[in-house]
Design a protein around this ligand. Structure first.
Ligand code: SF4
Length: 228
């Protein structure tokens, strides 16, 4: 793929080697609890700019307060905000969740997105992207975690580690990196590679000081400053 003149050719064999190394280090990482598409969509909104722990708590509180999405739709924005306030940016997230539920209900006559299961990935992605506040990363989360598609949401850890390793061009943004990674990763490895790269970014390939000396990927990594 060419991104602003930068050409990068990475084989799926390299991706497989990297994945095997990561797997030898971290084992089989636990997959997320599978949710229906609408619940995953809302959980993803709640996960933005907050820790996993607090976003899980916010989702749990929301479901305890409103056991069905119909009840949440009928609630006020303030009531939703109150239920999710542990998750940070709660007023903004409550506004987006309320608007999303209203829009889906108006369009579908109900609050069930399970019909996405029968759509191909491109159509399902396009459907999700029509909603205000749903970007490519959020749509990719629904596709991967709820619909079982080989879609690669790119968070800050994956973007940083992928650039250093040399899997994606240095000037990639998250969306470009997503397209590159989806293109070079064997479909069955997308989900476990997603989990492994996040783990590696959190533990070893840290933002400010990557721990290159003891890194399992050192031999495969293109990072020019892997000196410490
Ligand atoms: S060698 Fe360094 S830069 Fe490369 S993946 Fe490991 S920690 Fe990250």
């Amino acid at each position: 793929m060419v991104i602003s003149g930068e050409i990068l050719t990475v084989s799926s064999h390299k991706v497989e080697r990297i994945f095997r190394l990561l797997q030898s280090e971290y084992g089989h990482l636990q997959r997320k609890k599978e949710r229906d598409p609408l619940s995953e969509l809302i959980a993803t909104i709640l996960s933005q700019n907050t820790s996993d722990l607090n976003s899980h708590r916010a989702f749990r509180n929301l479901k305890e307060r409103f056991p069905t999405w119909e009840e949440a739709q009928k609630a006020s924005q303030e009531e939703i905000a109150e239920a999710i306030k542990i998750g940070g940016l709660f007023n903004e997230k409550a506004r987006r969740i309320k608007a999303l539920l209203e829009e889906i209900h108006q369009q579908e006559g109900g609050l069930d997105l399970s019909f996405l299961v029968k759509m191909d990935s491109d159509r399902a992605q396009k459907y999700l992207l029509q909603f205000k506040g749903v970007g490519p990363k959020t749509a990719a989360c629904v596709l991967l975690f709820s619909l079982g598609r080989s879609s690669m949401p790119v968070d800050t850890h994956i973007l940083r580690a992928s650039k250093r390793i040399g899997l994606v061009p240095q000037i990639s943004n998250a969306l470009q990196a997503q397209a590159v990674l989806e293109g070079i990763t064997p479909p069955q490895l997308v989900y476990p590679l997603h989990l492994s790269l996040i783990e590696h970014g959190r533990r070893i390939c840290k933002a400010r000081l990557p721990l290159c000396t003891g890194c399992i990927l050192r031999v495969e990594c293109d990072y020019p400053e892997k000196t410490n």
